[in-house]
Design a protein around this ligand. Structure first.
Ligand SMILES: NC(=O)c1ccc[n+]([C@@H]2O[C@H](COP(=O)([O-])OP(=O)(O)OC[C@H]3O[C@@H](n4cnc5c(N)ncnc54)[C@H](O)[C@@H]3O)[C@@H](O)[C@H]2O)c1
Length: 267
């Protein structure tokens, strides 16, 4: 039996960590995968990559593409309704959509720049989580790979190492990610009795378009050097952590902020 017999949803799936997570679900045997993002072209490429993973063992992977903006309530409602209409449930929800904002200190930040970050990273993620929780509460638990009674669903938020420690010129971003960690713990408490798991992953610096411009590489070089492993992570290494938390190998993990950062936050 696959570790992922249920339905997966990944937001921010048009690029970077979200794309790698959606593709990893397919590679690890999940056959019902919804990919959501506001970037339609990127979603089409992710769908192509997922479809490239099927066939190795005769499996057919079904992909639902939902273009939408996680900061808009109607998009979030549409996302969940579309998936439930097609497959009847959502078992693994990875909320990955996020933005970084300009590198400035708080006194140089405009209110609109602050709001833009929080509309996506915190408020948007909360709206996705709320809609996913509402759906998960209505569904029966999925059995685990070894026959134990499983849980009703798993939510994994993508926070950041910068929700735990801070860096210069990123106050609004760091605070938005700290909020995600706090939300994770609070919802983990509130939905444990419903047998829903809520965890988050805190990636270190990861090779994605978010950090790959020449400006960003200059900005982030000192941060890479702080991490004992002295390199950036690959999106697939974050996807692995997300899949572990979604899998039936992690049924007792609750409210965790799993740091995957090459050791950046050790010191
Ligand atoms: N790359 C890193 O070093 C790093 C480190 C820590 C945390 N993160 C977090 O990981 C997550 C993924 O980032 P990434 O590095 O893969 O970046 P990315 O830019 O490659 O991917 C982010 C995706 O989110 C989508 N998105 C942004 N706003 C959206 C919205 N309003 N509605 C729908 N989709 C939206 C984008 O279109 C994009 O496809 C983010 O939450 C980011 O904060 C990244």
């Amino acid at each position: 039996m696959s570790l992922f017999p249920g339905v997966a949803l990944v937001t921010g799936a048009a690029s970077g960590i979200g794309r790698a997570t959606a593709v990893a679900f397919a590679a690890e045997g999940c056959t019902k995968i919804a990919i959501c993002d506001r970037a339609a072209d990127g979603l089409a490429e992710t769908k192509r990559l997922i479809e490239g993973k099927q066939g190795d063992d005769g499996r057919k992977v079904e992909v639902e593409v939902v273009a939408g903006d996680v900061s808009r309530e109607e998009s979030v409602t549409n996302m969940v309704q579309t998936i439930v209409k097609r497959w009847g449930r959502i078992d693994y929800a990875v909320n990955c959509a996020g933005i970084q904002g300009p590198p400035k200190r708080s006194t140089e930040f405009e209110l609109e720049e602050f709001d833009a970050i929080n509309r996506v990273n915190y408020r948007g993620l909360w709206m996705c989580s709320r809609a996913e929780l509402k759906q998960m509460m209505k569904q029966e638990p999925l059995q685990t790979h070894d026959g134990r009674p499983g849980n009703r669903g798993v939510i994994v938020h993508i926070a950041s190492q910068l929700g735990i420690v801070s860096r210069t010129n990123a106050a609004a971003y760091c605070a938005s990610k700290a909020a995600v960690i706090s939300l994770t713990k609070s919802d983990a408490i509130d939905y444990s009795n419903d047998r829903i798991q809520v965890n988050c992953v805190c990636p270190g610096l990861v090779q994605t378009p978010m950090v790959q411009g020449p400006e960003q590489q200059k900005l982030f070089a000192p941060a890479v050097a702080i991490a004992p492993m002295d390199r950036m992570g690959e999106p697939e290494e974050i996807a692995d952590a997300c899949l572990f938390l979604c899998s039936s190998k992690a049924t007792f993990v609750q409210g965790a902020a799993l740091v995957v950062d090459g050791g950046y936050t050790i010191n």
